[in-house]
Design a protein around this ligand. Structure first.
Ligand code: BGC
Length: 744
């Protein structure tokens, strides 16, 4: 009996087609599957069959691919062919902190934990592709979508994105890194044509994507909506064929942003694999057009049949898509996943805890519950469901613990006053709240503040249109909804005020000198309340550092120093002129808005430091309830040669009375550069955990690559022999130790 059974199963294994045999190398399986596919089946793989899925090949048992936003949790189920939610009851999940928050932890272990946890949720929800993470660089505080990205520095974003992807993909769920590339604003995102130097492209805007692909080994990349060099990013030969595949050897699938494809021939030839969401604006509208009319559907099939484009184009796409399917949907070895588990809540809480940035503290914080018993909480964000709104990253949570709820558990007597009103969430539309309504809410809050032991202000931006929201940019750098007046008046009647603003962006703080304590909070998801309450009350010692600069004024930001041509771009006749001015640029003169990244490589702190324009709060800034003393820097050698590397180390001591974490940052500066270079650039960081009185060494290895700039003419990274300075500090504007070395 036993031997008969064994024979049967041996025969079954032997008969398994190669493409289904997971013990075979992936490339062998891809070629085997490709041989079995008809032309029609290959084309079908290349486009959507519903809002969030592509067909497999039913005849061969090759499964569909199911995708989901991304990137802060797994989005609720969307209807087959409309943007309406499907109304399922089993799609509630953990909302993890926004990626800005993750970046603010400067903790790569937490990035790994984030990827693992969100990957398990995606797997449980049977998703094959998670539409994230996003690594577009923070160029202007007006970009409505900065909260979905990891800040202004390519090194920081690159370090954080790699462990996220690696751990996510262990669940058999692909990361789809977005939005490739230069989707650095939402205004005119569908057609703004970006022009920039190759140097800025390679030094600032590409490195985090490169790390995601080369080191993270992401299985999918999403093209951006905007144009670059006159062509849409979703089928842009230079971006996708030359850079992504040619230089980085990407072997996964390129997926459009929803509605990001515009032309069959370009889509066929210029590196796109999967077309999603066409005939919509990516957010709200639908059309009667069927999936069969997609650029990469029937129109593509006809071109292939007539020989207008070569069959090798569809074979290349099918190979990339099959690889993606084998790694995800057809991977039978993946774990089962889990959702809204205690482990995921704990992960979300640790990330949230370490992300909160103490911007300013004149000694009021932590706000001891023994001393401050009667607390007034002011601000809509103390109660608002900030998991909702904001665009495609919106989440349907199982639980959301609000700040007000959490603060009530900590302080004896908590009174709440909204203080202002922001109106409904709606894409593209803003509720205008009459000034009298705001004045009345303000009056009520200020009255109550007079009798409170302390005021905890929880405001900031929100996910409404024209705030931190996809598809729109902010209008101004100021806080909305009359909050500046409100904070100023509250501070005038109660000096014990903690301002804890929630946002994914920097904003002006005209009241900064009048308040003793300021915390920067991000969209922290499910655990937002407990994280805020623990930091304010002192149960958690804050250790976040800013992943982007807070300029004093909008004009102090590089992108805003060159007028409309540099942001948001110019339309009409002006666009024609701007295009004509661009030497050698291949642009559609006059038609699309044109934008030139005139600040070039000087983005964020690179601008502030090089141009001597101090920021209000610098990149890398973040205080603690304890203090850290830095010793002198020691180099292993003051000569770095081509083949080698040197180390620089600095002892850091916790000189306060409580345990804390400090992110020690290494910046490099070239002393007599032959080409313009930023005053300094981040090249390393380490987060040390220190008990009171404890000393640890922060040790950084410096290799030649860290010295290089991108030489556009040679199309190569170059390190110029000469003198360099290693600057070690607590923030980009707070260097505590330095040491010089020579590169020979
Ligand atoms: C967004 C993407 C998102 C997609 C699907 C687009 O509007 O730009 O980031 O993944 O929609 O929801």
């Amino acid at each position: 009996m036993t031997s008969v059974n064994a024979d049967v199963s041996a025969t079954a294994t032997a008969q398994k087609p190669i493409y289904q045999d997971e013990s075979r190398p992936v490339e062998e399986r891809v070629e085997d599957a490709l041989l079995r596919l008809t032309l029609e089946e290959k084309v079908a793989l290349c486009h959507a069959q519903s809002k969030f899925s592509t067909p497999g090949v039913a005849r061969l048992g090759i499964p569909e691919l199911w995708m989901s936003d991304g990137p802060h949790g797994v989005r609720a189920e969307i209807s087959w062919n409309s943007w309406d939610y499907a109304g399922w009851t089993n799609d509630r999940i953990t909302a993890f902190p926004a990626l800005t928050a993750l970046a603010a932890t400067w903790n790569t272990d937490l990035a790994a934990l984030y990827g693992k946890s969100v990957g398990e949720e995606a797997r449980y929800r049977r998703k094959d592709v998670l539409l994230g993470p996003g690594v577009n660089i923070y160029r202007t505080p007006l970009n409505g979508r900065n909260f979905e990205y990891m800040g202004e520095d390519p090194f920081l974003a690159g370090e954080m994105v790699v462990p996220y992807i690696q751990e996510l993909q262990k669940n058999g769920v692909a990361a789809c890194v977005k939005h490739f590339a230069l989707n650095n604003q939402e205004k005119w995102r569908g057609n703004v044509n970006v022009t920039l130097s190759d140097r800025a492209l390679y030094e600032i805007y590409l490195p985090a994507f490169r790390r995601a692909v080369v080191d993270g080994k992401a299985w999918a990349v999403m093209g951006a909506y905007n144009k670059i060099w006159g062509g849409h990013c979703c089928h842009n030969s230079r971006l996708l064929n030359d850079i992504l595949r040619g230089e980085w050897h990407f072997d996964g699938a390129v997926i459009t942003d929803w509605g990001g494809a515009h032309d069959t021939r370009e889509a066929a030839l210029n590196g796109l694999d999967i077309e999603m969401g066409s005939f919509t604006n990516g957010l709200t509208s639908d059309s009667g057009s069927t999936y069969d009319e997609y650029y990469l559907a029937s129109p593509y099939l006809r071109m292939l049949q007539s020989g207008e484009v070569s069959l090798s184009t569809v074979d290349a796409k099918a190979r990339n898509i099959l690889r993606l399917i084998f790694r995800t949907a057809m991977n039978t070895r993946k774990p089962f996943g889990s959702v809204a588990s205690p482990e995921h809540y704990a992960a979300a809480k640790s990330i949230a805890d370490e992300s909160i940035v103490l911007l300013k503290n004149d000694g009021l914080l932590p706000l001891s519950p023994e001393r401050y018993r009667r607390v007034l909480v002011v601000g809509e964000n103390a109660v608002k469901m900030l998991n909702e709104g904001g665009g495609s990253s919106e989440l349907k949570v199982k639980d959301m613990f609000s700040p007000l709820e959490a603060l009530r558990e900590v302080y004896d007597e908590v009174v709440y006053a909204p203080g202002y009103k922001s109106g409904r969430f709606a894409y593209d539309v803003e509720d205008v709240i009459p000034e009298e309504v705001q004045a009345e809410l303000r009056r009520e809050a200020v009255e109550l503040a007079k009798d409170a032991d302390a005021v905890i202000y929880i405001g900031g931006l929100n996910k409404n249109a024209f705030q931190d929201c996809e598809s729109t940019d902010r209008y101004t750098y100021s806080l909305p909804f009359c909050q500046d007046e409100l904070i100023t008046e509250l501070a005038a009647v109660n000096p014990n005020i903690v301002v804890a603003n929630i946002s994914g962006n920097a904003y002006a703080m005209p009241w900064l000198d009048r308040v003793p304590a300021v915390l920067q909070i991000w969209y922290l998801g499910t655990m937002i309340g407990p994280a805020i309450a623990d930091v304010i009350s002192g149960r958690v010692n804050p250790s976040g550092k800013l992943p982007f600069s807070f300029p004093r004024r909008l004009e102090d930001c590089g992108a805003h120093s060159f007028g409309a041509e540099a942001y948001p771009g110019v339309e009409g006749e002006a666009a024609g002129n701007a295009a004509a001015d661009l030497e050698g640029a291949d642009v559609n003169v006059g038609r699309d808005p044109q934008e030139v990244y005139a600040e070039d490589i000087l983005v964020g702190y690179r601008w502030h430091d090089t141009k001597n324009v101090p920021a209000m709060f610098a990149f890398g800034h973040g205080l603690s309830y304890t203090c850290f003393a830095y010793g002198s820097a020691r180099l292993s050698s003051d000569v770095l040669s081509d083949a080698g590397s040197i180390t620089v180390s600095v002892p850091v001591t916790n000189t306060g009375s409580r345990a804390g974490k400090e992110t020690v940052q290494l910046y490099l500066s070239e002393l007599n550069a032959v080409v313009p270079r930023p005053a300094k650039e981040l090249k390393g960081f380490v987060k040390l955990s220190l008990e009171p009185g404890e000393t640890k060494e922060a040790v950084f290895t410096i290799g030649v690559d860290a010295l290089k700039y991108f030489d556009a003419e040679a199309h190569a990274w170059i390190a110029q022999p000469g003198a360099f300075r290693a600057l070690i500090g607590s923030a980009s504007d707070d260097v505590r130790a330095s040491a010089d070395f020579v590169y020979k």
